[in-house]
Ligand binder design. Structure first.
Ligand code: FEO
Length: 390
């Protein structure tokens, strides 16, 4: 247990070996499942628990804790709630403090009893004498039941998933700003980006509070809250950067040739690009670039009669992430079927992208195909100018 302030401790598991989250997000730097213990004069409160796979290691951290009176659950997902039944086995008189929606989720996801809960309302406070917990509902910063807990005396805001990072580290605090920034941006892009608009609202609320520490449930604790708040303000802003991302698959080289040619044309026009060969890159790298991209141009060969399945998967992910990106189109090569651009455009139809003219060519690049790509580069240049990015 590591002390954050007097009588407030971080515990939980640092998972150095975790390589995948939610069965699709790579975590090359591992992660942690943070839990926090608040020792009041008379009562002891646990805030969130840990990943159930680490039951033994987690309970070992509580071996010298005689009593836990309350367990505050900010979020019902099992990487934070999974050890709750084990903690209740050890401390059967403990009550779970959470909101009504989280209670229903916890009852659905874990074997718990209805009478083990104390249900609180948004803005309500709960005092254990010398420590006061204020509950701030923050629905849809990942799940609909998510909330923050603010420990008033210590000015610590416990935000569970929000402001976290999949970063295994022995450091209590995010003193290594560079590595934390990169891991937190990647985490934001993979997990939090769809909730960008809600996060903007919660940041405004946090700005109005006196917060000395932001304590998330993944990665290090932020002892300089402005560092992570300022980063989030940039990432969640409505303004994209002068950046085109070009994720592609190429089976025989035609699409790669198109991507490289278009990329060169964009660079000539002072537009920044990032190219992702989806055969070798992983989704976290692409997601991180998506935080800022004004335009996405996907490159897909036509396989049999339609888009390449890997490109379809990524395009589906782009649509899921509710991006600030403004423009979308596709380029590619086919032999006998022309369905690919229609399929890709349909996948992103909920994203409110402006769909730019696509360029799908028959076979390998010919003279007139280069002209079509030059035309697309000109259109993208005009669109970026229209946003004031150039
Ligand atoms: Fe880290 Fe939504 O769980």
């Amino acid at each position: 247990m590591l002390p954050i302030t007097e009588k407030v401790y971080k515990l939980g598991i640092v998972d150095w070996d975790r390589t995948l989250f939610d069965a699709f997000v790579p975590t090359p730097q591992g992660t942690s499942y943070n839990s926090y213990l608040v020792k009041g004069k008379d009562k002891t409160v646990l805030i969130d628990t840990s990943e159930p796979k680490f039951k033994k290691e987690y309970l070992a951290q509580l071996k010298d804790v005689k009593t836990i009176d309350y367990i505050i659950t900010n979020h019902a997902e099992q990487d934070h709630s999974g050890c709750l039944p084990f903690v209740l086995d050890k401390y059967p008189k403990a009550k779970i403090i959470t909101n009504a929606k989280a209670k229903t989720f916890l009852l659905d996801l874990l074997h718990l009893d209805d009478d083990q809960f104390i249900v609180i309302q948004d803005g309500e406070t709960f005092s254990i004498g010398d420590k006061t917990f204020e509950f701030i509902f923050a629905p849809w910063v990942h799940w609909p039941e998510t909330m923050f807990t603010y420990l008033q005396e210590d000015k610590i805001l416990f935000t569970c998933d929000l402001f976290g990072a999949h970063l295994a580290t022995s450091s209590l605090f995010s003193d290594d700003k560079h590595s934390t920034y990169l891991a937190a941006k990647r985490y934001y892009s993979e997990i939090m980006m769809p909730f960008r608009k809600n996060i903007q609202k919660y940041i405004k609320k946090i700005d109005s509070m006196a917060v000395d520490y932001i304590a998330p449930s993944h990665g290090p604790v932020h002892n300089d809250p402005q560092f992570i708040l300022n980063a989030y303000k940039k990432w969640t802003s409505d303004s994209p950067k002068n950046l085109v991302i070009l994720p592609y698959i190429s089976m025989h080289g035609s699409v790669r040739g198109m991507v490289n040619f278009l990329a060169d044309e964009l660079i000539k026009r002072k537009i920044n690009i990032e190219i992702f060969n989806l055969e070798i890159k992983e989704i976290g790298d692409v997601a991180t670039a998506l935080v800022d991209a004004a335009t996405i141009v996907v490159g897909s060969p036509t396989v049999y009669t339609n888009a390449h399945p890997v490109v379809v998967y990524y395009t589906y992910f782009f649509n899921m992430q509710r991006l600030k990106t403004k423009f979308f189109t596709s380029i590619g090569s086919y032999n006998w079927a022309t369905q690919t651009p229609k399929t890709l455009n349909e996948i992103v139809q909920n994203s409110r992208f402006e769909i730019l003219p696509d360029v799908h060519i028959k076979g390998i690049l010919k003279k007139e195909d280069f002209d079509k790509l030059i035309n697309l580069a000109n259109i993208i240049e005009e669109k970026h100018k229209s946003l004031g990015l150039l």
